[in-house]
Design a protein around this ligand. Sequence first.
Ligand SMILES: [Zn+2]
Length: 311
Amino acid sequence: MKIGIDIGGSHIGIGVVNENGKIIEKYETDLSNNQVALNNTNESNLNNEISLNITEFIEKYIIENIKKIQKNYNIDVIGVASPGTPQNGKITTMVNLGIKELDITNIIQKVYNGKIIVKNDAKCAGLAEKTYGSLNKYDDCVFLCLGTGIGGSVFINGKQLEPKRYPAFEIGHMVIQKDGKICNCGKKGCFETYCSIKRLKDELIQELNLNKEIMAKDLLEIIKSKNQDENVRRIIKEYINNLIVGLSNIIDIFEPEAIALGGSFVYFEDILYNELVKTYNEKRYAFNKEKLPELKLAILCNDAGIIGATL
Ligand SMILES: [Zn+2]
């Protein structure tokens, strides 16, 4: 058995994964605004710990769960899907939680002395979709994770491309607008400043004058009910047009057979996917118009990070 740990901007998931890539046991908790909200009633022993600072909480949560899992399973490897670019087994930037560095390898080694792998989360999710999910029929394909930012993973001839020096495939930081909106990375006009789901949500929340803390589920219902609202339609159309520009660049560079869209994009499928397919089929931006890659929706969703971390 393997353990996959997915550490996101506002969430931790820990799963026991079998040799067929199936999660057989899973523990999850939300982390948001430095306030730890425990949503797993089985974790009542941690309820007293909500005043711990966030780093201590993450450490305690991971250690307790690894200990618990090890009581029932023999673990061969522990994989971690980390946001950003992990270096030397450490997670270096967790912007949303305000953590500069988290030595996740050291934390895990306190209770486990086997093999530990730390990889970028979008690459983990891509590997899971390629191996067990929406991309498993394709040799040449691209996985795009549209969430807080945009991450990606590219496969050619069935192999995930992995450069020697840096992880690369910072697809979210491909410039799609010269002198455009400023990005967290310091450049202007990056793909993710126009097409992350976070950016889309922020724009819709502002347009509709909604509370910033609104749950995604409620936001989705409101948008659906305002389907004919001119400004809502304009924002979605603009989002899709920008997404097509990014997709067009990816298609012309890699000529994949398929592209899978994952992350919280999948959650907003109802309001985005049809519009995307319609615009995509107009083939305005494709160089090779005869054979556009298939557009897929990721199917492993929240589990992709956990599964991919163990691959
Ligand atoms: Zn950027």
